[in-house]
Design a protein around this ligand. Sequence first.
Ligand code: SF4
Length: 64
Amino acid sequence: MAKVPYVDKDECTGCGDCVENLPSVFQLDDDDIAEVKDPKGASEEEIQGAIDDCPAEAISWKES
Ligand code: SF4
């Protein structure tokens, strides 16, 4: 079981921080809400940084 990042779209405010910091992992959808485009696009440490930095606490890990 690997853990992958997950964006709770109900919590995301669309601030874009995660997309700016890790564009290899996150992107904004058509509604300007973040989504994961490549869960393996960065190291676990880098993704944890995006989780810690999300002002809405909208990103978390889930088991894939
Ligand atoms: Fe949404 Fe958090 Fe990413 Fe901002 S940092 S776009 S609130 S998931």
